[in-house]
Design a protein around this ligand. Structure first.
Ligand SMILES: C[S@@+](CC[C@H](N)C(=O)[O-])C[C@H]1O[C@@H](n2cnc3c(N)ncnc32)[C@H](O)[C@@H]1O
Ligand code: SF4
Length: 443
C-alpha cells in the first residue's frame, strides 16, 4: 500500500458537488457582456501591441457521442453537409480576422485544433479546411500545432493527413484504459481502439504525443486508475495531461446527480487528488517532470506546451468556432454559442461575437498570476518587468496566508506551491481575485 493510500483512509470526505469549475480565464466569464462587443471590434481594428504574440484556436464541436462528464460545446447530431457548412463558416471567420489591422501580416506562434473532436473531421474535409486557413493565416512558422483526437476516430490515412497539414503535437483523449469505466462514462471508444491507433501514431511520426487522462470518472477505483497509469507508462508518450473530473452544471452526470438518479458513488476530491498524486509519483519515477498542475513531460525530449504557456502569459489569440474564446490587445472576446446565429452571421460576412470584456492592467496582472500559479511556481521578476509590479508586496498577505497553511514555500523571492497545493490549485486561485469577482458565478 502506498503512502497516498494510507493518507486516503484517514481523510475527511470532500464530496464532488455539481457546479465545480476549471478556471481558465479572468475576470470570470459571467462578467463578460454583449455591451462590450463594440470595444472588441475596435481592438480588432487597431494595430497590435508591440511584442504581443499571436495564436489561433479552432473549435471543432463535433463528437461521436457526448461523454457523460463533458462540459464542452459539442454536437453529436450533425451530418456531413452540416459539418462542411460549419467548416466553411469557420474558414470565413479566420479570413475576416486576417483582414483586420490587429491580425494582418502577423506570424502565428501556435495553432490549436480543439473541441469537441477535431479528429472527427474526414481527411478530405481537413485538407480543404487547412488549405483555406493557411492561405489566410499561414502557420508554417508556428512553433506548435496541436490537434485533439478521440482514439476511435483515427485511421492510418487520417493520421497522415493530420501530419501533412503540419500538426506537431497530437493530443489523444484516452481518459482511461479500463473498458468498464470508458463504457460507464459514455466514451465512444474502448481500450481496443486506443491500442489499435497507437502503432499508427508511431509510424506516422509526430514531434510530440500527449495522452489525456481523467482521474475520478464514474466507476473509478484504485485498481482501474493504477491500470490506466501503468499502461500510459508502457506507451511512453512525450507528455501526459491529467485532469480531475469536474462536474459543471451542463454535464449529463450533473443532471443525473441533481435529479437523484446517478445510482453510483462519485469519487470525492480527496480521492481524485490521491489518484492524481499517485500518477505524478509514478510518472516522475519514469523520468517525467511536472510542468504544471495538469501536465508532465518526458525529460530529454523536446516536449512542451506552447499553447498553454502563451495563453498563461497573455498572448493575443484568434478564437474561431462556435462559442470560442479569444483575446486581442487586452480585450476578451467570445463567439455566439448558438449554431444558427454563428453560421448565419458569418455567412452574412460578419464576425459572430456575442460578448466581450475590456480588461484593466490590474485585471491582466491577476489573470496572468493565477494562470501561471497553475505552473506551481511564480517568477516575481517577470511581473516586475511586464507590469512594473512587485507581486511579493501587492499580494504579500495572500502569499503569507498560503504559506501558513503549508501550501506555498517562499524562499528568497522564489514562490513555489507545495504538492498538496498544486493538486488543488483551482480552489486557491479565487483568493487572488479582486473583491468584486469573488463568490460570483464563473460562467
Ligand atoms: C476536447 S476534449 C479532447 C479531445 C476529444 N474530444 C476526446 O475527448 O477524446 C479535452 C479534454 O478535456 C477533458 N475533460 C472533458 N470533460 C472533463 C471533465 N468534466 N472533467 C475533467 N476533464 C474533462 C478530457 O481529458 C478531454 O480529453
Ligand atoms: S470529452 Fe471529448 S469526446 Fe467526449 S464529449 Fe467532450 S469533447 Fe466530445
Amino acid at each position: 500500500m502506498s503512502t497516498t493510500e494510507v493518507r486516503d483512509q484517514n481523510r475527511p470526505p470532500e464530496p464532488t458537488e455539481v457546479g465545480s469549475v476549471f478556471i481558465s480565464n479572468y475576470p470570470p466569464y459571467s462578467f463578460w457582456d454583449e455591451s462590450m462587443v463594440p470595444e472588441a471590434t475596435q481592438a480588432l481594428s487597431c494595430a497590435p501591441l508591440p511584442d504581443a504574440t499571436l495564436g489561433l484556436y479552432l473549435h471543432i464541436p463535433f463528437c461521436r457521442l457526448r461523454c457523460k462528464f463533458c462540459y464542452f460545446k459539442v454536437y453529436t447530431d450533425k451530418d456531413n453537409t452540416q459539418v462542411k457548412r460549419y467548416l466553411a463558416a469557420m474558414a470565413r471567420e479566420v479570413e475576416l480576422y486576417a483582414a483586420h489591422a490587429s491580425v494582418a501580416g502577423r506570424p502565428l506562434k501556435f495553432v490549436y485544433f480543439g473541441g469537441g473532436t477535431p479528429s472527427y473531421i474526414s481527411s478530405g474535409d481537413l485538407r480543404i479546411l487547412a488549405t483555406r486557413l493557411k492561405a489566410a493565416l499561414p502557420w508554417e512558422g508556428a512553433t506548435e500545432v496541436t490537434f485533439e483526437c478521440e482514439p476511435g476516430t483515427l485511421t492510418r490515412s487520417k493520421l497522415e493527413t493530420i501530419r501533412d497539414i503540419g500538426v506537431t503535437r497530437l493530443s489523444l483523449g484516452v481518459e482511461s484504459f479500463d473498458d468498464g469505466v470508458l463504457k460507464e462514462n459514455g466514451r465512444a471508444h474502448l481500450s481496443e481502439e486506443i491500442e489499435r491507433c497507437m502503432p499508427w501514431i508511431r509510424e506516422t511520426g509526430f514531434q510530440q504525443l500527449n495522452i489525456d487522462l481523467i482521474a475520478g470518472m464514474v466507476g473509478e477505483t484504485w485498481s482501474t486508475w493504477k491500470k490506466s497509469v501503468a499502461r500510459t507508462l508502457e506507451l511512453d508518450p512525450d507528455s501526459v495531461t491529467i485532469y480531475q473530473m469536474e462536474l459543471p452544471y451542463n454535464t449529463v452526470y450533473s443532471q443525473d446527480v441533481l435529479a437523484g438518479r446517478l445510482g453510483q458513488p462519485l469519487a470525492d476530491w480527496a480521492a481524485k487528488r490521491a489518484w492524481h498524486d499517485y500518477a505524478f509519483q509514478e510518472l516522475e519515477a519514469a523520468d517525467y517532470e511536472i510542468s504544471s498542475a495538469y501536465t508532465v513531460v518526458k525529460k530529454g525530449r523536446s516536449a512542451g506546451f506552447i499553447y498553454r504557456d502563451a495563453v498563461w502569459h497573455g498572448t493575443d489569440m484568434v478564437g474561431a468556432g462556435v462559442a470560442s474564446f479569444g483575446h486581442m490587445s487586452g480585450v476578451h472576446l467570445q463567439n455566439s454559442p448558438d449554431w444558427n446565429d454563428y453560421l448565419e452571421t458569418l455567412e452574412a460576412g460578419n464576425l459572430p461575437l456575442s460578448r466581450a470584456f475590456r480588461t484593466t492592467r490590474e485585471q491582466r496582472l491577476i489573470r496572468e498570476l493565477i494562470l501561471q500559479l497553475k505552473l506551481g511556481r511564480l517568477d516575481p521578476e517577470y511581473f516586475q518587468e511586464k507590469f512594473q509590479v512587485d507581486i511579493l508586496k501587492q499580494f504579500g498577505p495572500t502569499f503569507r496566508r498560503l504559506e501558513s497553511r503549508q501550501l506555498l514555500q517562499m524562499d528568497g523571492g522564489r514562490l513555489q506551491l507545495t504538492r498538496d497545493a498544486l493538486l488543488k490549485v483551482d480552489l486557491l486561485l479565487p483568493e487572488f481575485y479582486a473583491p468584486e469577482h469573488r463568490n460570483a458565478r464563473y460562467t
